[in-house]
Design a protein around this ligand. Structure first.
Ligand SMILES: [Fe+2]
Length: 399
């Protein structure tokens, strides 16, 4: 027995208009100042005005949201007593809104109570619904049952994972109007996050036929439309397809989970404040190589990635599985190169001195990461050290 979780998804041009049909006239909007400054909040508030819905705005979300800010949002939400919560933004905003939603429904709870086995949270939505409107084509947070919050503990920022099916938003609105002016660098970084979600969850130990089908479609769309949108950010069809691809990836990994590229990316990203999509996208080919190099005869990774390469026409169906599987690594690297995306952690600008000084903390964080649990080949300490050193220098994984 297994489960598939999904919000009600409204996608494509003008999908924001669906707000008219969603019950609730007193809206608590969770967003950030960047979204406001970019004029995206106005697009939403104009619709709410049009549909005669009142609202208040909590715009204090920061990237990698801090626990105390999330708790502040909860207090403001309780004070306003909305009958609908709307998240407008990327992963940090939507994650914050999910936790606020949860703590609004269960005010006696704190972040540590939001666990996978907290069955009482399955009743989420009794008080209000959550509408998640995504403004980037990457995190897929609008579709998933996960929220990540940063907590300062033992002198470092650590990511706290909240996971529960109750966190799946009631509605996800995937309207490309919000991405039409997204800068090229952010477009590529967020797309590499989406790509990492789909490529990784194919070999996750929770991978299943539903998530596999979604991953395949998302990878196909990203390889097809990301180069187009990179060249021409105003291409409406490509923007729409990338926006859909990111949500499809979100559904895939939300129901199967990610693995090592996210372990490396989360830890490196949180220590050195590197964009999540950039850190995970750089780590992706190294993670895939490491999994493909698995000496265990029981490993299915070669077969899985070989099938992907063949399905997408990157290898002939008659080609040897091992050779075909490594083409997935080649294609990711080619895409990185084509889009001027960094191919090593060094290229993020983190100096060797900073990297070495934080190395111990980096490795220690890997063992606190939920993302390393469902990996088909789990690295030990020495292997994590090597993985980081290779990814930093841009060396192919040969172990
Ligand atoms: Fe991600």
């Amino acid at each position: 027995m297994w489960f598939f979780y999904s919000p009600n998804i409204i996608f494509g041009e003008d999908s924001l208009d669906f707000l008219e049909n969603i019950s609730g006239n007193r809206c608590f909007i969770v967003t950030d100042k960047g979204i406001e400054d970019a004029g995206l909040l106005r697009i939403l508030t104009e619709k709410l005005d049009k549909y005669k819905k009142s609202y208040t705005i909590f715009n204090e979300v920061i990237p990698d949201p801090h626990e105390e800010d999330v708790m502040k949002g909860k207090e403001e939400c309780i004070k306003y007593a909305p009958d609908l919560i709307i998240a407008l933004g990327g992963g940090s905003v939507i994650d914050t809104a999910k936790v606020i939603w949860c703590l609004y429904e269960f005010p006696e709870y704190n972040i540590d109570n939001i666990q996978i086995n907290s069955t009482e949270l399955y009743e989420m939505g009794k008080k209000v619904n959550l509408v998640a409107i995504t403004t980037n084509s990457g995190t897929g947070a609008e579709t998933t049952n996960v929220a990540v919050v940063s907590r300062f503990e033992n002198n470092i920022w650590r990511k706290v994972f909240c996971m529960n099916k109750g966190l799946v938003p009631t509605y996800a609105i995937v309207d490309p109007i919000f991405t039409k002016n997204m800068p090229p660098k952010l477009t590529v970084s967020t797309a590499f996050d989406a790509l990492a979600h789909s490529v990784e969850c194919l070999v996750s130990l929770w991978g299943n036929e539903f998530s596999n089908a979604l991953s395949l479609k998302a990878i196909e769309l990203i390889f097809r439309y990301l180069p187009i949108v990179h060249k021409d950010g105003e291409n409406k069809e490509a923007r729409d397809m990338m926006h859909q691809a990111a949500s499809i990836s979100g559904l895939a990994f939300g129901n199967a989970q990610v693995m090592l590229a996210h372990t490396l990316g989360h830890t490196f990203g949180s220590l050195f404040h590197i964009h999540h999509g950039e850190a995970c996208g750089i780590s992706l080919p190294y993670a895939v190589q490491y999994v493909l190099n698995d000496p265990a005869e029981t490993s299915d990774s070669i077969k899985i990635y070989s099938k992907l390469a063949k399905q997408l026409g990157w290898a002939k169906w008659t080609e040897d599985d091992k050779k075909a599987a490594y083409k997935v690594v080649d294609k990711i690297k080619e895409l990185q190169k084509e889009l001027n995306f960094p191919s090593s952690l060094k290229e993020t600008g983190v100096s060797k001195k900073d990297f070495e000084e934080n190395f111990k903390a980096l490795i220690s964080l890997c063992f606190q990461e939920a993302t390393s649990v469902l990996v088909p080949r789990i690295p030990n300490k020495a292997e994590f050290e090597k993985l980081f050193n290779y990814a930093y220098e841009g060396k192919d994984i040969d172990f």
